[in-house]
Design a protein around this ligand. Structure first.
Ligand SMILES: Cc1ncc(COP(=O)(O)O)c(C=O)c1O
Length: 363
């Protein structure tokens, strides 16, 4: 069965969205107020400041704790990734990343003729890139694209591994793109920019932790010199969503209670998914505990293709995604489940998984 389009999925009002790592908990009231005030004032008739509201840029830099850095607001983190790849892509020798990973930066640099090496990590003991693996393929002037925590497995790069990766990068004068889209879900996240500020771009998203995917707000954070290099010819010279930025300012102004609730629901849902997988013996979780709002379930022993598993779960009105979107090498073997969702949705996933396991055992 061909995968349903997002438009088809959006036309299903009862769907449990557990495939895009987006957050579906009730939005913090201050964020809703900021959106409503902005709409009531018809701010959407205006362009936002090209680099983003000053206040928001300060809040993002403070949230990361990257003193002395600058933030540039983009149309989602992906807008920033697109721009980094446009600016660095044609001068870079190669982009080194992981398989599984997130495919877009690789596609962006390939479009300007730069090759991509996606190193296999699915079967690595820690399910992430190692400095040794990167050292084997790196070339002078490479870009290393690190997703941390990793979508789609939920693995985290510990500080020591990042230090070793930076050493390899420094020796090759390589750039690092540190994609920190899922940072707010992790325990003890280290920023590469703290170790290698001179050549690191950190990309930041509001889609996951604050649940603002539809507004398209994100940022690139780096030392001012790198931000200037990036924005000489910006991709969004008329600014990014003004209403979205108001929402982001409200969310970042007082994130404590929201983050505590978000992490607690996410943790509970991760555990519920892990439990049903263990109890049914239908597949096994690849990385536990996941450090993101998602986890991957290996389904190779079920005898089913990952896409067939997702189709069967979708018939039960729960949307999860096959690994094929994020892994040419291993995608048939795993499915990905997103967990920053209402507990009732996670429970629907649990019921659907148990049913599929029973059905499959009866066959
Ligand atoms: C690793 C990674 N980077 C970037 C993005 C895009 O984030 P945004 O919605 O902020 O554009 C995603 C979205 O799924 C992602 O998984």
């Amino acid at each position: 069965m061909p995968a349903p389009t997002f438009e088809e999925l959006l036309a299903r009002p009862g769907l449990a969205w557990m495939g895009q790592n987006t957050t579906h908990l009730p939005t913090p009231p201050a964020v809703v107020d900021a959106i409503e005030s902005s709409v009531a004032a018809r701010e959407f008739q205006l362009y936002a400041p090209p680099a983003g509201f000053e206040r928001l840029r300060e809040l993002i830099v403070a949230d990361l704790g990257l003193v002395g850095s600058d933030a540039w607001l983009t149309d989602g983190a992906v807008g920033g990734l697109r721009q980094i790849c446009a600016v660095l892509g044609s001068q870079a020798s190669v982009l080194v990343t992981s398989d599984p990973g997130w495919p877009w930066p690789g596609r962006f640099v390939e479009s300007v003729g730069t090759p991509v090496i996606a190193l296999p990590i699915y079967e690595q003991p820690d399910h992430r890139l190692t400095a040794a693996q990167i050292a084997e393929v790196i070339e002078p002037g490479a870009i290393i694209y690190l997703i941390d925590p990793l979508n789609p497995l939920g693995s985290l790069y510990p500080r020591e591994e990042l230090e070793a990766i930076v050493e390899v990068a420094r020796a090759a004068d390589a750039w690092i793109i540190h994609d920190a889209t899922y940072r707010h879900f992790a325990e003890g996240h280290t920023l590469v920019a703290d170790l290698y500020p001179e050549r690191t771009f950190t990309t930041y998203s509001f889609s996951k932790w604050l649940g603002l995917a539809g507004f398209r707000v994100g940022a690139v954070v780096a030392i001012p010199e790198l931000i200037r290099m990036l924005t000489r010819l910006p991709s969004n010279p008329l600014g990014s969503s003004i209403v979205g930025q108001r929402a982001a300012i409200a969310g970042l102004s007082d994130p404590g209670a929201w983050l505590a609730e978000l992490r607690s629901v996410n943790r509970r849902n991760l555990e519920a998914v892990e439990r049903v997988v263990a109890e049914t013996g239908f597949g096994h979780v690849v990385v536990s505990p996941s450090q993101a709002n998602l986890l991957a379930i290996d389904v190779v022993d079920t005898g089913l293709h990952s896409e067939a598993v997702c189709d069967a779960i979708l018939e039960r009105d729960v949307f999860i995604r096959p690994g094929t979107y994020q892994s040419p090498l291993f995608g048939e073997r795993f499915v990905k489940v997103s967990t920053s969702v209402p507990e009732a949705w996670a429970d629907r996933f649990v019921a659907a998984w148990a049913e599929l396991a029973a059905e499959s055992a009866a066959r």
